[in-house]
Design a protein around this ligand. Structure first.
Ligand code: FEO
Length: 394
């Protein structure tokens, strides 16, 4: 499929996919986009496809050029949905593999051998004769290895996952020839790119002065109609929301009300000291996008659980297992809860928060059986102290 003179889409479609990477909803399937660029001297392939689609992929390339004629295989990102076919294509060509500096170790582990790749970053380019490929370091979008490739003469940006989406139209690969895919586009950003908003803004800054007529991502439609609309959506979604207050959110699981009472007193300590505080009983709260939004906008995440049979209660673990799509760096964590005899839950929650690299300034707080007035006062006092930490946090 020709995109521009000498530039071809040679990707594959996976319209029946409904779950990507085990966890991500893909209600409209996906595509694994790969691009063949024919210069008048050299040939480059940008990204490959998932290994299981390699035969279809190779056939598409061979319809345009023999695979052994490829001089460069540029991998903007080494996740297997884009690098899976690499070991197989390397059996057919002596092409030089081009990757970002951050991808070197990952490539070695992918192939289990060192193939002496060309390492590129900002300011590096490759000439294909009448076409030039420039490289833009764009790490953590969404792996450390990610980079963009820019085809200067045709004003095409190849940003791999960035600006992509899981969406497959079996009849077209172009955004101006398909139905509305805005849900998929937004869902992809908020599932994959959301923890990396700072990196997203840094990358946009690097491309904002470039002439970009087409964005050719590695999943979903090629954005040839109004590509800047999509870049600007990423800019909008990545820009921190201005708020003139500090906020904490408390979740608790409390079969007999003791942990709930502690939660209310922690909340009071926070509120009395200037922290906007929201509180959720996990027995009536599902973890959906709205809840994730609230956690993301909060400066502190406070979680309480009673202990049942030496463990925290299941909804607490569901909550703590649902945070992968937001950045927890700089977020303050605190754990608490009641118990009858052993009381492991609060410590387990605290450990999980530390493992997630949250800041945990106060040790967990527990109360045995029914919290006493002293326990509730301690809860209030810890809320007060947390308020001071939250107010001084960046
Ligand atoms: Fe589409 Fe991060 O791979």
């Amino acid at each position: 499929m020709k995109i521009k003179e000498g530039v071809y889409w040679v990707g594959v479609k996976d319209p029946k996919l409904r779950i990507f990477d085990v966890i991500m909803q893909a209600e409209a399937g996906t595509t694994y986009n790969s691009y063949l660029i024919l210069g008048n001297e050299k040939v480059a392939l940008v990204d490959t496809v998932k290994a299981s689609f390699r035969d279809e992929f190779f056939k598409k390339i061979e319809e345009i050029i023999p695979i052994e004629k490829i001089d460069y295989i540029i991998l903007n990102h080494l996740e297997p949905d884009h690098s899976g076919a690499l070991p197989y294509i390397l059996e057919k060509t002596k092409a030089r593999v081009v990757i970002s500096k951050n991808a070197q170790v990952i490539l070695k582990e992918l192939l289990h051998r060192d193939i002496n790749p060309m390492l590129v970053g900002d300011g590096n380019s490759i000439s294909l004769g009448d076409k030039t490929l420039e490289f833009i370091q764009a790490p953590f979008l969404h792996w450390p290895d990610t980079m963009f490739t820019y085809l200067v003469e045709d004003s095409i940006l190849f940003p791999c996952d960035f600006l992509g989406c899981h969406y497959c139209d079996e009849n077209s690969i172009f955004n101006d020839e398909t139905l509305d895919f805005s849900f998929s586009f937004k869902h992809y950003f908020f599932t994959i790119m959301r923890p990396f908003k700072e990196y997203s803004l840094q990358a946009i800054k690097k491309i904002e002065n470039k002439k970009i007529e087409i964005v050719a991502p590695s999943h979903g439609p090629i954005l040839r109609n109004d590509p800047w609309k999509y870049i600007n959506l990423y800019r909008e979604w990545s820009t921190p929301k201005k708020k003139d207050y500090k906020k904490a959110v408390i979740f608790y699981a409390s079969p007999y009300g003791g942990t709930a009472a502690m939660a209310q007193n922690i909340a009071k300590g926070l509120m009395d000291n200037g922290i906007v505080t929201e509180i959720f009983d996990l027995s009536g709260t599902g973890i959906d996008e709205t809840i994730i939004d609230i956690i993301e906008e909060s400066d502190a995440l406070i979680v309480g659980s009673s202990t049942i049979n030496g463990d925290a209660i299941k909804p607490v673990w569901i909550l703590l297992a649902s945070l992968a799509t937001i950045s927890l760096r700089n977020k303050i964590g605190f754990a608490f809860g009641t118990y009858a005899w052993s009381g492991e839950a609060a410590k387990m929650i605290e450990n999980r928060m530390k493992d997630l690299k949250m800041k945990v300034p106060e040790p967990f707080l527990r109360a045995q059986m029914v919290p006493t007035e002293e326990d509730l006062q301690k809860s209030y006092e810890v809320g007060k102290r947390l308020a001071e930490v939250i107010k001084s946090s960046s």
